[in-house]
Unconditional design. Sequence first.
Length: 205
Amino acid sequence: MLRNKRDAFGWGTIALHWTIALLIIGLIVLGYVMTRKNIDPEVQFSLYQWHKSFGMTALALALIRLVWWLASIHPVPVPTLTPLERRGSSMAHGLLLVLTIAVPFAGWAVASTSTLGIPTLLFNRVLVPHLPMAKSEAAESFWTEAHALLAYCLAGLVVLHAAAALYHHFRRRDEVLTRMLGIFRRRMASNAHQHPKGHDKWDDL
């Protein structure tokens, strides 16, 4: 099942979710390592290039995910969620989607405004053109700060998102986590034809 159904996520949604999640986690770790002061300059340069390559990949997948979400059926929320939890989940997932686009875009802006003019080669093979932005130290500094701040916000939100999923799995014992693993329990099937009041499309990001 590639596409979503009313009672379950399809493998397209699941694959995009976990691929982007792994990329984001890897990019946050890589971003921390490559900005250490005691790192060898040659190694640091190489890490920056890998960071840019994986960042552009994450941006492309995030945009695909947005289109996929807009074109997909949206499964009903897990019935154990309260109205407040549904609203909080909607807001969190909406912010996650926005940040998974905004963070790599800000990184692209850093490379585009840098006065060094270093080209961005996707995995050392495909040239990624710079954004049509003026190059200056002030602009580069602004986008560097914006990229870092947005990345910290994304990292914090990812931690909260993971903690909530684990809480629902181990404490509430519902399908919040397992449905995104493709291990969806069919006991919700009887409720799948109903559209719960207060359902928000952000819930199934």
